[in-house]
Design a protein around this ligand. Structure first.
Ligand code: SF4
Length: 323
């Protein structure tokens, strides 16, 4: 499988404003040395608690935030410092679907205008050709083309997310960063949208970086899953391996919190409750960043950072004790 996206040692640190003494507060280490690659027609799920850096990582791929260090490759090209036409081309090939379909569409524009806007902005279509393409995009996401003249408030939440997807597909991207794309939707509609995304992946050769805090959703759609904690990937594995045999204690705790459909199995299952709060990304703990909450931590964990290592073929984890 050829690589579409390659991320190497990526860091995104945010520095706050100087205080009245002229000193900077400690930087927020939102993403702190992340490495992975994403292949053609592959979905990599990125999971973790809110504040773990997954959305910042997604924004960095689109260069909506500037990396502090590391490299972003797209189809083999280094786009970490892309500017001008190169950045424009990147933003044509990489699209984003955000969590909230309500705010993602301009309420004052007819939905046809919103969907056609990227085509117009990139000079790819206008007039009758633009209207034709908008009709096709609406048809593709299962909405009647004649509804192009309606406004966003005339659509349901699920339909609005279909409109957002139609707009993301307008420029025929190769990669879509999906940032919690179904979190704001009713449970009954979620699987429809996930299935639509999976259908387009096959039809249109798309790769997805799929960001979510919800492991059930990630399990449904991903080929591989990366688990983030405090700006780092702590485990990365093919989906089934990760859910069947998680290696990192943090992944185990996340999986133990997924409700089981069988109430008897749910009652019998031991849930791992993590103690304490997610530490501040301005002051990550020394050693293993998870040691303050890890139920099996040993003294070494407080001093030495575990490296993300391939413990089994294709299964990576950052833990001194596991694997
Ligand atoms: Fe827990 Fe230590 Fe493994 Fe970190 S390295 S996850 S603290 S056992």
């Amino acid at each position: 499988m050829s690589e579409v996206l390659g991320i190497a040692n990526l860091a995104v640190h945010f520095r706050g404003r100087r205080n009245w003494r002229g000193r900077h507060p400690p930087a927020v280490r939102a993403v702190d040395g992340v490495t992975f690659s994403l292949g053609e027609r592959e979905t990599l799920g990125l999971v973790g608690e809110s504040g773990c850096g997954k959305s910042t990582l997604g924004n960095a791929v689109l260069r909506l935030v500037t990396p502090t260090a590391g490299q972003i490759r797209f189809e083999g090209r280094d786009v970490t410092g892309a500017t001008g036409e190169e950045l424009r081309a990147l933003r044509r090939d990489v699209q984003m679907i955000f969590q909230d379909p309500y705010s993602a569409l301009n309420p004052k524009l007819r939905v046809g205008e919103s969907i056609g806007e990227p085509l117009l902005a990139h000079g790819l279509a206008q007039g009758a050709a633009l209207r034709q393409q908008v009709s096709e995009l609406l048809g593709l996401v299962g909405l009647p083309p004649e509804r192009a003249s309606r406004y966003p408030h005339e659509f349901s939440g699920g339909q609005r997310q279909r409109l957002v997807i139609a707009r993301a597909l307008a420029l025929k991207p190769k990669l879509i960063v999906c940032d919690e794309p179904v979190s704001a939707l009713d449970v009954s509609i979620r699987s429809q949208i996930l299935n639509l995304l999976m259908e387009f992946q096959q039809k249109l050769n798309l790769s997805y970086l799929f960001i979510s805090h919800d492991l059930s959703v990630v399990r449904h759609i991903s080929h591989r899953v990366a688990v983030m904690y405090l700006g780092r990937i702590v485990e990365l594995a093919p989906r089934d391996n990760l859910f069947r045999e998680p290696l990192h204690p943090y992944t185990e705790a996340l999986i133990s919190a997924i409700p089981l459909p069988d109430p008897v199995a749910q009652r019998k299952r031991a849930r791992i409750i993590l103690k304490g709060e997610l530490p501040k990304p301005t002051a990550p703990p020394p050693g293993c960043p998870f040691h303050t909450r890890c139920p099996i931590a040993i003294p070494k964990c407080r001093e030495i950072v575990p490296l993300l290592e391939e413990k089994r073929p294709g299964h990576w984890a950052a833990c001194h004790l596991r694997g």
